[in-house]
Ligand binder design. Structure first.
Ligand SMILES: Cc1cc2nc3c(=O)[nH]c(=O)nc-3n(C[C@H](O)[C@H](O)[C@H](O)COP(=O)(O)OP(=O)(O)OC[C@H]3O[C@@H](n4cnc5c(N)ncnc54)[C@H](O)[C@@H]3O)c2cc1C
Length: 624
């Protein structure tokens, strides 16, 4: 991380300088009002709190932060996002790492006993730099709250405030909130984002509803401390029994806790699971029967819940009806837009990715960097992702609920098919399969061959490099911070050492003279909107720092200090050359454009200066 740019400041570098109007009671007018402190709301709040000039507030109907329960799966892709927010290491340290998954089925000789029939690596090699982990949703909230508290906005949620209604006007949204004492509070917001869960009041205020299967599936879930001789108690395990249903067992952080999901009954339309009076003893009994012949003695129940969930999707994620040509003011994200089973551990992850997609777009518009039309892309991009999620979940949930096949060719599912499906969809559940369709923000693939390992529309897949100036081994993806900036990685062609006649220096001159000044407000650092970095093919000791093009050693901040973190070389010592790993055309090099939410927006030749200018001009406001 970089700090001291505007002068030496002692103490915690994560504690940002406070904006003049930061903190304080809820003002009557805000730029963004976020409703709901779940993973979606907190991701968005953490993102927006990074911008001192944007007045963001987040309200939550509960009296304080979540303490336990709810979701716990954190996909590899989400860890990349946590890296951008700066708390990936904290999660890795605390979490349970899902290294392997095992599969159990009834013993052929005695169907009342369960036996292991498969054990596999959970995430395929090389798919992502960070592990798939399990950590209580409440801890994820804590990490976000920490970032918000130390941000320029000193953002702390306003608890005990419930959204009651909203009215969209010409220049903003009038929001009615109710305090715990019943008092009404009015706030005017330029934008409102409903991250208020499956029963979203914001969604209802927009006249939208979740559509899909009207019946809910009831789920029992318990986090327990248990004494057991089940050998895979510290592995994620899918256990299917002959006649008692199935359980998903998920070891939890701390070495002792374990989560058990028990699938219960399908409810009738509009039936609430609470009416069935399901007890934790029933869940424990089901787990004990399914785990037979192993003992499972529950010593303490840390949290348990029965909840109902349907596979449903909202047709729009904003307030603009189909056929109406205007920019949106109100958005919904997370469970407010899509609900599905917990079987694939996607709920928290996809919700956070919704918010990550929206956060930088709102910031760009509110900071005057992009026209409000940019906000239309949120529904377009995320609704497609959610649709895929619902389809995937429907298939996966059906597979896990299906009775076991008794004879070849008979009805039901064979346990080996379950394992095979799990492996086949590993990239999807890791969160790395999302691909945005071509649009103003996502280029078409004419030049994809220049960087085959950075598919356009998919998340930027980091790879090892050595930072030139200080020889630090790192992942190139670590340069992607959640700061709303675009990144442009220029991969040098063979032999190009940054000298004035080479392709890289020519690109840097074109960027400095034309592209960057067009979109960067006067007086701001040259990398404040588009951050240009370069990767050379040379070993890091074979390049002279002082010979780099000036754009790669920019003078920044109040003191005009140089930024030494723009140039990288392959990590040849580790034997993992990024040019080979990501299929970069060594002869020609290329430019890889990366969005603020870490997705690859474009791949272009080094010489495509005009195409770069046009690409950014397609959605950014020119300041020139
Ligand atoms: C009881 C429960 C148990 C769950 N268990 C699991 C599980 O075991 N495994 C799993 O994978 N997923 C589980 N989930 C789902 C998972 O937690 C969600 O997918 C994930 O939290 C979605 O995040 P979100 O931010 O969209 O919504 P949520 O986490 O639901 O957050 C919404 C927030 O908005 C607040 N809110 C709602 N209405 C208003 C209002 N009108 N005004 C102000 N605030 C409001 C809520 O209090 C809540 O804090 C569970 C969800 C619930 C509710």
């Amino acid at each position: 991380m970089q700090f001291h740019l505007d002068g030496f400041r002692p103490g915690d570098p994560d504690l940002r300088e406070a904006a003049p109007n930061a903190g304080g009671p809820l003002p009557a007018e805000v730029d963004v009002l976020i409703v709901g402190c779940g993973p979606a709301g907190l991701t968005l709040a953490a993102q927006l709190s990074a911008f001192p000039e944007i007045v963001t507030r987040i309200v939550e109907q509960k009296p304080g932060p979540l303490q336990l329960g709810q979701a716990d799966g954190i996909a590899c892709r989400t860890m990349e996002m946590f890296q951008a927010f700066g708390f990936r290491e904290r999660v890795e340290r605390e979490a349970y790492w899902v290294n392997e998954t095992s599969f159990w089925k009834p013993d052929g000789a005695d169907a009342s006993r369960t036996v292991r029939h498969g054990r596999i690596q959970d995430v395929e090699d090389g798919l992502a730099p960070y592990p798939h982990v399990i950590l209580n949703q409440a801890r994820v909230h804590d990490f976000y709250l920490d970032i918000m508290r130390r941000s320029a906005r000193r953002l702390v949620p306003d608890y005990g405030l419930k959204l009651m209604g909203l009215q969209i006007g010409g220049d903003g949204v009038a929001v009615r909130l109710e305090g715990a004492d019943g008092a009404e509070v009015g706030v005017k917001a330029r934008y409102v984002v409903g991250c208020d869960g499956a029963r979203s009041a914001v969604r209802q205020a927009l006249g939208l509803s979740l559509q899909g299967d009207s019946a809910n599936q009831a789920w029992g879930v318990m986090d327990v401390l248990a004494v057991t001789d089940f050998p895979d108690i510290r592995l994620k395990a899918l256990i299917q029994s002959a006649g008692e249903g199935s359980i998903v067992l998920i070891p939890r952080e701390g070495g002792h806790l374990v989560r058990v999901y028990v699938e219960l009954d399908k409810l009738k339309a509009d039936e609430r699971v609470a009416a069935r009076n399901i007890t934790v003893e029933r869940l424990i009994g089901a787990a004990q029967r399914i785990l037979r012949p192993y003992a499972f003695e529950v010593k303490e129940v840390a949290w348990w819940s029965v909840y109902e969930i349907g596979q449903r999707l909202c047709p729009r994620f904003d307030d603009v009806p189909d056929g109406e040509d205007r920019d949106p003011r109100v958005f919904i994200a997370g469970d407010a837009c899509h609900t599905h089973s917990p079987k694939a551990g996607q709920g928290m992850n996809v919700s956070m990715q919704d918010a990550f997609n929206l956060g930088w777009k709102l910031a760009s518009v509110l900071r005057g960097r992009a026209a409000p039309a940019l906000l239309r892309s949120y529904t377009a991009e995320r609704q497609a992702v959610a649709r895929e999620l619902i389809e995937f979940d429907r298939e996966w949930a059906a597979m896990l609920s299906a009775p076991l096949r008794k004879e070849p060719g008979g009805p039901g599912v064979d346990p080996s098919e379950v394992q095979e499906y799990f492996v086949r969809h590993g990239r999807y559940t890791a969160g790395t399969a999302t691909r945005y369709a071509p649009s103003a923000l996502t280029g078409t693939g004419e030049h994809q061959a220049l960087a085959q390992g950075f598919p356009i529309g998919m998340r930027f897949h980091g790879a090892p490099v050595i930072r030139l100036a200080d020889a630090k081994p790192m992942l190139l993806g670590e340069a992607l911070e959640a700061d709303g900036r675009w990144r442009l990685f220029a991969f040098a062609g063979r032999g190009d050492d940054g000298g004035p006649e080479g392709g890289l220096a020519t690109l840097c001159r074109a960027l400095s003279d034309d592209v960057l000044p067009r979109f960067t407000p006067a007086g701001d650092d040259i990398d404040s909107v588009i951050d240009v970095r370069a990767v050379f093919q040379h070993g890091h000791r074979d390049l002279a720092l002082g010979a780099l093009p000036p754009l790669l050693l920019p003078a920044k901040g109040r003191l005009g200090l140089r930024d030494y973190e723009k140039a990288f070389c392959p990590d040849l010592k580790a034997g993992a050359d990024i040019f080979d790993l990501r299929g970069i055309d060594r002869a020609r090099g290329c430019v890889v454009v990366v969005r603020p939410d870490q997705y690859v927006a474009h791949v272009l030749p080094l010489q495509a200066h005009g195409a770069l200018r046009d690409f950014f001009g397609g959605f950014m406001r020119s300041v020139a």
